[in-house]
Design a protein around this ligand. Structure first.
Ligand SMILES: Cc1cc2nc3c(=O)[nH]c(=O)nc-3n(C[C@H](O)[C@H](O)[C@H](O)COP(=O)(O)OP(=O)(O)OC[C@H]3O[C@@H](n4cnc5c(N)ncnc54)[C@H](O)[C@@H]3O)c2cc1C
Length: 415
């Protein structure tokens, strides 16, 4: 039975079946009521308690394993998925954080800890059940409604409510994990990582993070984390030698279960504070050239409340033909995010202008923006999240499946 709560600004619905979801979608479409679809709740639209209907998919969190095919409810979160799959010796490369939703992360692409080994989350997707804007419940795959299935793989929440995702999971007996804490100048480490990743086996994916003490996502300071998608710490140690041999790098190699490397978001203490604004952004880059490295390191040094985050691409990610999914920039070798928190009292107008100017220097060379890390609604930015050909095709799929734009609380594809 659907659970209904009347919140001050919006009516929250917690359906538990595709049929209940279809009825809610039809109701929203008939009344032209804004509809917010919520899976893990980390997207910008979920934070905003706008008028309308908030469709919370939390009751659809089942994970069913059938050989290596895994059926996952549209409201599951990745931590729960990894726990269930570990019992079967399986894994899916998803994101790095346990509480992030399968819905939002997958529909936008999903750049995970093992993106070089197995590609994006969408590259592991083989089917999906969708409640469409007209209230139909349809099965999609490469054979069934292939255009709709194509659009779900990177086109975001524009095309319907996904009640079930079908993934092809990978056998994973274990992983090796390296934490390289960087004490001093990070630029030589990033240059070494770039060289290493040009030829590295696809078992290796690295993530660089430099965050201040105030950021709850990681310990303060710069570190390069490496996941090796096999239980072989000696091989990882050997592969990482060009990095661990550098001055100021302290390397620790362990053999955790994959579930253990998924990050936990700390519970907010006391009354939840509104998050500060963020000035910056992200991009998919063909290369991590010296100029970009210098800009990123200088950015972090210039602004105490700034963050810089990178993840290596290439490998399996780069082998998927560009036109096979709606995700942009398959030739990209690095994902980069950089920005500074706009903290009242710490950041004044002059600092704000300076951060914006430095960020625009960093963003200048990107191939595309990754929508899942674009955490504000910016309709003018949507074309920069796709190739021209993909955007044209997404518009056609939108016109076919959601001509009234019922699903608009997302990086919206306008027909
Ligand atoms: C702490 C943190 C870590 C992150 N790490 C990564 C990472 O490692 N890799 C990465 O790629 N991204 C990462 N992200 C970005 C993340 O992919 C996006 O924020 C994503 O939108 C979150 O999905 P969600 O389901 O939690 O959010 P939600 O707010 O629930 O969903 C986001 C949007 O997706 C759509 N949607 C969600 N579920 C459905 C569904 N079942 N059917 C139809 N539409 C749906 C809706 O339009 C919704 O507004 C991270 C984000 C955070 C906050």
């Amino acid at each position: 039975m659907a659970d209904i709560t009347d919140a001050a600004a919006s009516s929250v619905r917690r359906p538990s079946t595709p049929e209940e979801i279809a009825a809610i979608v039809v109701e929203a479409a008939k009344g032209a009521v804004p509809l917010t679809v919520v899976s893990g709740g980390h997207g910008p639209w979920s934070h905003d308690l706008a008028d309308g209907i908030r469709l919370d998919l939390g009751a659809l969190s089942a994970v069913e394993v059938d050989g290596t095919t895994v059926h996952i409810g549209g409201g599951a979160v990745w931590g729960g998925v990894a726990t269930t799959l570990a019992a079967h010796g399986l894994a899916i490369s998803s994101g790095d954080t346990a509480s992030v939703g399968v819905g939002g992360l997958t529909l936008g692409g999903g750049i995970g800890w093992m993106v070089r080994s197995w590609g994006l989350a969408v590259d592991q997707l083989v089917g999906a059940q969708v409640v469409t804007a007209s209230g139909q419940i349809v099965e999609t795959s490469a054979e069934a409604h292939p255009d709709l299935f194509w659009a779900l793989r990177g086109g975001g929440g524009n095309f319907g409510v996904i009640t079930r995702f079908d993934f092809s999971a990978h056998p994973l007996p274990g992983i090796a994990f390296a934490e390289n804490v960087i004490d001093g100048d990070a630029a030589p480490v990033l240059r070494a990582a770039r060289e290493l990743l040009r030829e590295a086996p696809r078992e290796l994916t690295v993530t660089y993070m430099d965050v201040p003490a105030m950021d709850p996502s990681a310990p303060a300071g710069a570190r390069l984390s490496a996941v090796w998608a096999a239980p072989d710490p000696d091989r990882l140690r050997a592969v990482l030698e060009p990095i661990s041999a550098l001055d100021g790098v302290h390397t620790e190699i362990t053999s955790p279960a994959y579930r253990e490397v998924l990050l936990e978001m700390p519970e907010p203490e006391g009354e939840e504070q509104a998050a500060p604004g963020f000035i910056g952004g992200n991009g998919l880059y063909a290369e991590l050239d010296d100029a970009l490295i210098e800009r990123l390191v200088a950015f972090r040094l210039a602004y105490p409340a700034s963050v810089v985050f990178l993840r290596s691409l290439g490998g399996a990610f780069g082998e998927v033909p560009q036109e096979d999914t709606a995700f942009p920039a398959r030739s990209a070798k690095w994902f980069v995010m950089a920005g500074a928190f706009d903290i009242p009292g710490l950041v004044d107008d002059e600092a704000r202008a300076s951060i914006r100017s430095d960020w625009s220097g960093i963003q200048a060379g990107r191939l595309a923006e990754y929508g899942n890390f674009a955490d504000t609604e910016r309709p003018e930015a949507v074309p920069g999240m796709f190739t021209e050909a993909a955007l044209a095709r997404l518009r056609e799929v939108k016109a076919t499946w959601d001509p009234q734009n019922v699903f608009r609380r997302n990086h919206n594809i306008l027909v």
